[in-house]
Design a binder for this molecule. Structure first.
Ligand SMILES: *[C@@H]1O[C@H](CO)[C@@H](O)[C@H](O)[C@H]1NC(C)=O
Ligand SMILES: *[C@@H]1O[C@H](CO)[C@@H](O)[C@H](O)[C@H]1NC(C)=O
Ligand SMILES: *[C@@H]1O[C@H](CO)[C@@H](O)[C@H](O)[C@H]1NC(C)=O
Ligand SMILES: *[C@@H]1O[C@H](CO)[C@@H](O)[C@H](O)[C@H]1NC(C)=O
Ligand SMILES: *[C@@H]1O[C@H](CO)[C@@H](O)[C@H](O)[C@H]1NC(C)=O
Ligand SMILES: *[C@@H]1O[C@H](CO)[C@@H](O)[C@H](O)[C@H]1NC(C)=O
Ligand SMILES: *[C@@H]1O[C@H](CO)[C@@H](O)[C@H](O)[C@H]1NC(C)=O
Ligand SMILES: *[C@@H]1O[C@H](CO)[C@@H](O)[C@H](O)[C@H]1NC(C)=O
Length: 900
């Protein structure tokens, strides 16, 4: 900091001496204000950088170096972005938005020295790591407009912000993630800014419960408080502001009811209350739709309305966008829902209590609809021909319905269609895309398409991949996985748009590696799983993928040969999934450089290698599956790394030829399996947004169980079916977040460590088919979540612990141990039997519940959570998930809009 001040002083001296002599005295701008602006200029970089797409759209140009003409030769009033008072020559306005400013704002920045400054706009610049200076308070007697939106400021909003009592417009939105406004400063701000008309704080972290008697300027026209972490009931005072035109309270943690006054705001144009756990009474919803004469944009997604919609919906004709995602609408969509004069955007998705056919399309008038999202709306029947009348449609989302029948030809005549999502339906019919076909037909006509998802349907047809890709040259996203369509590739040299981000061709009967993927340098997901791809993996495989997270799934094919050792530059690789092929040889050592790897799954191949301990260096590796291969040798920790596998949560080395002691050293280090505090509310999966889910097979009760999604929180260690021997190390007891532990079918000896009682989260424990001796530790009875226990086929002896969790297990858990006795085995334990039984019964009576209930409520719940998760997601998806999923989709589909 002192260096900065020195530099600042030095610059000051330098510019004063070098500029005063050359200042043109006939300029309107005063010498002092010219110097103040020049100081600012020289304290900040005004270099070319690739800036926000908002700026590009707005300026229509890439570059706007705002301070380029700031020099002493011209009057400062003539400089870009500077406005002066005509009579006094004082600088009264500075608009440097999208000005390509970059650097740190000095706490004493001379900008705040301009005595008459009224309007200051710094929006869309990059002041990363700067705090917004408290010195802004110096401008309290002049400043009326302040805009520092999207400037990457961090830290606290200074308390002096509430001194700016003349403010008419204040925009602090969209800065750094940790740009905070303390609750009391926020309340003071609202109180002191008595004439403010526009207040935008979107993405500023406030995290306060607002008082019900909030004092707030009645002049407010615009109030943006979305994504600010606000909580508690919605303050009624907001809904009585008669001047309000725009109100955004979205994505907070508000609860309770939306006040009835919402439907009486006479000037309301845009209302966004989505993403809160709030209720809206059906009659208020109805009057909002009818009464609000100027209402154009209504966002109520995730608001609980729970209404049976009338057949004919009475709705203000001014409506342009209507977003009612997941609002628990019931029964059927109104007949006139697509017949609104100005409606351009309609989102009714994820109202899965709806059903019925696709709504009527008026064929006699032109409908301005551009976006229609009816995914997850229980739609059935077929798509109508009249769909072709939606001439302006750019986005059509119909995923996750029960639509059947064939696609109407009119669909392929929609000229503007860019996003087409028909996945997860029961659509049928033959659709062909053949090479050299004389007439362009079906999807090939939709040359503007950027995203096409037909996955999970019952189509038929053979598609030549290169022919399709060479006609749809704008595609970013193509998934035909499980659509019924067979994909062939002639590997002819066609042009392929290199911008493809997502290619999903799972279960498409592919027989060859498509050569065209080699040119796809921006891939984020390549899913070629469940095909019949034969032959070797191409040695250019390491060239594909772009600069995002990248997932490669080649599982369940017939790929043979060795894995080429070509992954040196794949720092972007996120998941590398080769399960279920015929690969031989070693784990390619070049994976060592893929520092972003989260998942390595090479299970069910014929790899022959020692344990690749060097993978322990990958800091983010979450899942390592090497099951059913020919791995051999002992598992030794590589000496190089101090804390190997710091993020590992799933380790499956089963069905190999590993020998020696269990790797106690690793168990000591696996930090991601210890003391993991979880919030039960967040089922996060190993996935790319909602686009791709990593699935896994886990052995339970000796049976393979397939989980279509893997929860990030789940921890699994499976070392079964190897040749491990020696004692089970006590240290496993430290992995207290472990859920599944399988050490069965080895040659382990010694006792079951008492410390197993510390693995408090464990749900499945399998130690069967070893040579374990001694008694079963009583501590195991305290494992409340233990649902599956298998200790059979050992040499255990003595009493089976009784009571608590152990009352839920049957003989399956203990068989094949000739010296074990007590329930549930029929072999009794002589004189102790009576005593033990009494103890067991007594326990249950005292606490008044049976452990079956506990197991059903918790154990199964967690274990099956991974599977049930899917059902939950499509029924009662919590709002944070929708938000994350949407954001993820948004990121993928709109790569060009990098910032929010
Ligand atoms: C001073 O500025 C005025 C107006 O900008 C200009 O006409 C004049 O030539 C300038 N004089 C000098 C000495 O630069
Ligand atoms: C300007 O940018 C250069 C190079 O990025 C950096 O070294 C310098 O510190 C920056 N100056 C200021 C004032 O931020
Ligand atoms: C800011 O400037 C004032 C006088 O202009 C001075 O007193 C103060 O120390 C300066 N603060 C910093 C942090 O440079
Ligand atoms: C802002 O600048 C910092 C370095 O000064 C850079 O790391 C960051 O990527 C920039 N952010 C944007 C959005 O350009
Ligand atoms: C309100 O504004 C006045 C005038 O700038 C100022 O003196 C006062 O401290 C402000 N109050 C708060 C609570 O910020
Ligand atoms: C802040 O400036 C940006 C860029 O000029 C503009 O888009 C935004 O609307 C402004 N905010 C307010 C509240 O006027
Ligand atoms: C693609 O969209 C543009 C407008 O975005 C339109 O002008 C053009 O006609 C469309 N192309 C086709 C083949 O319909
Ligand atoms: C790999 O598969 C191909 C095609 O099935 C076969 O021709 C070839 O012999 C196989 N190579 C090896 C090493 O198994």
């Amino acid at each position: 900091m002192s260096n900065l001040i020195l530099l600042f002083c030095f610059l000051s001296l330098f510019f004063i001496s070098s500029t005063t002599s050359s200042i043109n005295t006939t300029h309107k701008c005063s010498l002092q204000q010219t110097l103040d602006l020049l100081h600012f200029k020289h304290s900040i970089n005004n270099t070319l950088f690739e800036y926000d797409s908002e700026c590009k759209n707005w300026l229509g140009s890439r570059y706007n170096q705002i301070m380029l003409n700031w020099n002493t030769g011209t009057d400062c009033c003539e400089w870009n972005g500077v406005t002066c008072d005509d009579s006094t020559g004082d600088v009264i306005g500075l608009d440097m938005s999208c000005g390509m400013l970059q650097g740190t704002i000095h706490p004493n920045t001379t900008l705040f020295h301009l005595p008459r400054l009224q309007r200051l706009n710094l929006a869309y610049n990059n002041f990363t790591d700067s705090q917004f200076p408290p010195a802004i308070g110096r401008l309290s007697n002049s400043l009326t407009h302040l805009n520092i939106s999207s400037c990457e400021f961090t830290g606290q909003v200074p308390t002096t912000i509430s001194h700016l009592h003349k403010l008419v417009s204040l925009d602090l939105s969209s800065n750094g993630d940790d740009f905070n406004l303390e609750p009391h400063v926020f309340i003071n701000l609202l109180q002191n800014l008595t004439v403010v008309k526009e207040l935008s704080l979107t993405y500023v972290n406030i995290s306060a419960v607002l008082p019900s008697n909030l004092s707030i300027s009645s002049a407010l026209k615009l109030l943006n408080l979305g994504w600010t972490g606000l909580q508690g009931n919605l303050p009624r005072n907001i809904f009585i502001l008669q001047s309000l035109e725009t109100l955004d309270l979205s994505y907070n943690s508000f609860t309770g009811h939306i006040p009835s006054e919402v439907s009486l705001l006479p000037n309301l144009v845009s209302l966004d209350l989505s993403g809160n756990g709030i209720d809206l009474a059906p009659h208020i919803f109805s009057s909002l739709l009818i009464n609000s004469n100027f209402l154009r944009d209504l966002y109520l997604s995730d608001v609980n309305i729970g209404i049976v919609l009338p057949t004919y919906l009475n709705i203000s004709s001014s409506i342009r966008s209507l977003h009612l995602r997941e609002t628990r609408l019931q029964v059927k969509l109104p007949d006139n829902i697509l017949d609104l004069k100005y409606l351009e955007y309609l989102d009714l998705s994820r109202n899965n209590n709806l059903s019925g056919p696709f709504p009527k399309v008026n064929t006699s008038t032109s409908i301005p609809l551009r976006m229609l999202d009816l995914s997850g709306c229980g739609l059935n029947g077929s798509l109508p021909k009249s769909l072709g009348n939606l001439r302006y449609l750019e986005s059509l989302y119909l995923s996750d319905n029960k639509l059947s029948g064939t696609l109407p030809f009119s669909l392929f005549t929609l000229p503007s269609l860019k996003y087409l999502f028909l996945d997860k339906n029961q659509l049928t019919g033959q659709i062909n895309v053949l090479d050299n076909s004389p007439h362009l037909q079906t999807f090939q006509r939709l040359t503007n398409l950027t995203s096409l998802d037909l996955s999970y349907n019952n189509f038929r047809g053979d598609w030549e991949l290169d022919a399709l890709l060479s006609s749809l040259t704008n595609l970013h996203y193509l998934t035909l996985s499980h659509s019924g369509i067979s994909v062939t590739t002639s590997n002819a040299n066609h042009y392929v748009y290199p911008g493809l981000h997502v290619l999903g061709l799972a279960s498409c009967s592919l027989k060859l590696f498509p050569m065209s993927i080699r040119t796809m340098t921006n891939l984020l997901l390549l899913d070629l799983s469940n095909n019949d791809i034969q032959g070797h993996m191409p040695d250019w495989i390491g060239e594909i993928g772009g600069n995002q997270l990248f997932v490669l799934d080649l599982s369940n094919n017939s790929i043979n040969g060795t894995i080429p050792n070509v992954f040196g530059n794949w720092s972007i690789l996120w998941a590398f999934i080769l399960n279920g092929n015929q690969l031989e040889g070693k784990v390619p050592t070049s994976l060592y450089k893929c520092k972003n790897l989260r998942i390595i799954d090479m299970g069910n191949n014929q790899l022959s290698d020692i344990f690749p301990s060097w993978l322990g260096d990958l800091p983010k590796l979450h899942t390592l599956v090497l099951r059913s291969n020919n791995f051999h040798g002992g598992i030794v920790t590589s000496s190089k790394v101090k804390f190997p596998f710091p993020s590992l949560r799933v380790l499956d080395l089963s069905h190999n030829g590993f020998v020696g002691q269990l790797p106690a050293k690793y168990f000591q280090k696996f930090s991601a399996m210890k003391n993991v505090v979880e919030k039960n509310t967040k089922p996060t999966y190993m996935s790319l947004g909602t686009l791709y889910y990593y699935s896994i097979t886990i052995v339970m009760k000796g049976v393979d169980r397939y989980f279509s999604r893997l929860s990030v929180q789940y921890t699994i260690v499976d070392l079964s079916n190897n040749k491990f021997k020696g004692d089970i190390p006590n240290i496993i007891g430290n992995l207290n977040s472990l859920k599944v532990l399988n050490l069965s079918h080895n040659s382990l000896t010694g006792q079951i460590p008492h410390a197993f009682g510390n693995i408090s989260e464990i749900e499945s424990l399998d130690l069967s088919w070893n040579q374990l001796t001694g008694e079963i530790p009583q501590s195991l009875a305290d494992l409340t979540f233990l649902e599956i226990l298998n200790l059979s086929q050992n040499h255990l002896m003595g009493h089976i612990p009784q009571g608590k969790q152990f009352n839920t297990f049957d003989n399956y858990s203990f068989g094949g141990n000739s010296k074990l006795c007590g329930l549930p085995l029929t072999k009794k334990c002589g004189e102790h039997l009576h005593e033990l039984q009494l103890e067991g019964d007594g326990d249950e009576e005292e606490s008044g519940f049976t452990w079956k209930v506990v197991v059903m409520g918790y154990g199964c719940g967690t274990l099956l959570g991974m599977v049930l998760g899917y059902i939950m997601l499509s029924t009662g998806r919590p709002k944070w998930f929708s938000a994350i999923a949407d954001v993820a989709n948004h990121m993928i589909l709109n790569m060009q809009n990098k910032r929010r």
